[in-house]
Design a protein around this ligand. Structure first.
Ligand code: G3P
Ligand code: MG
Length: 248
């Protein structure tokens, strides 16, 4: 198995502090802020297309209302996914995964794809997303990390693309994290920073796994986590953390 390399800084949902989350503009913004990778969330539309969106509904991030799982891609495309963030972002759309992959090839970026299924679509979301990746992500590009909170999505990701590294996502790292990861053959660990202890970081590193922690926006916290041995910081503000980690 090849050694897995993950960058120090990964833009969360693009660059969530300075641009609308899970949009192409947000991915471009992350790149401008110095992030080589982004994390984003993938769900399926009613007609089975993989799109970038975090919530079950479009209400918070667009000018529309409704459940993503009840809306077709055509329905979603009519919505503005930028204007709620700010008038300068009017015209941003909910991107398809295929569009996001194309943009990241163009920008020479990598990614952490979080499978964020609507209830009942855990396996299907992984299958569709990984079929898109297989078709539209060149094999000579760095392998993406495929993460999820849902074991059924990770299991389906393994079926669909066993060669792509899977990431074990957790709000709180459970005491049996190693057994759960091993069962799903995950290769990276993605806990929230909030309940993460120095001892847990040491245990994960001693077991040989890269550790990608979210959502780290405070420079002092970022420096502390890196000093503990954390590999990657998933952040809303790549420019802020990049500057802080570069400072002597
Ligand atoms: O993948 C890390 C992080 O994005 C998980 O939480 O709710 O922001 O998708 P959430
Ligand atoms: Mg996410």
């Amino acid at each position: 198995m090849t050694k897995l390399s993950v960058p120090r800084i990964i833009g969360h949902r693009g660059a969530k502090r300075t641009s609308p989350e899970n949009t192409l503009g947000g991915i471009r913004q992350a790149k401008k802020e110095g992030a080589d990778w982004v994390e984003f969330d993938v769900k399926l539309t009613a007609d089975g297309r993989a799109v970038l969106i975090h919530d079950e509904t479009v209400d918070r991030t667009t000018d529309g209302k409704g459940l993503v799982r009840q809306m077709s891609l055509a329905d979603l495309r009519r919505l503005d996914a930028g204007v709620r963030f700010g008038p300068a972002w009017r015209g941003e759309r909910i991107p398809t995964l295929v569009e996001a992959l194309g943009l990241m090839v163009e920008l020479d970026m990598g990614f952490n794809l979080e499978i964020k299924p609507c209830p009942g679509r855990e396996a299907e979301t992984a299958r569709v997303a990984l079929a898109d990746v297989a078709r539209h992500w060149p094999e000579d590009r760095p392998a993406p990390v495929i993460s999820s909170f849902k074991p059924a999505s990770l299991a389906a990701a393994r079926e669909a693309a066993a060669h792509l590294p899977r990431g074990f996502l957790a709000e709180v790292l459970p005491p049996d994290w190693l057994a759960r990861m091993t069962e799903l053959e995950c290769r990276t660990v993605h806990p929230s920073w909030r309940a993460l202890s120095r001892a847990q970081v040491a245990a994960v590193k001693a077991a040989g796994y890269p550790l990608l922690v979210w959502t780290v926006n405070e420079p002092a916290r970022a420096r502390e986590l890196v000093s503990w041995g954390v590999d990657s910081l998933i952040t809303d503000c790549p420019a802020v953390l990049g500057a802080s980690l570069a400072a002597p």
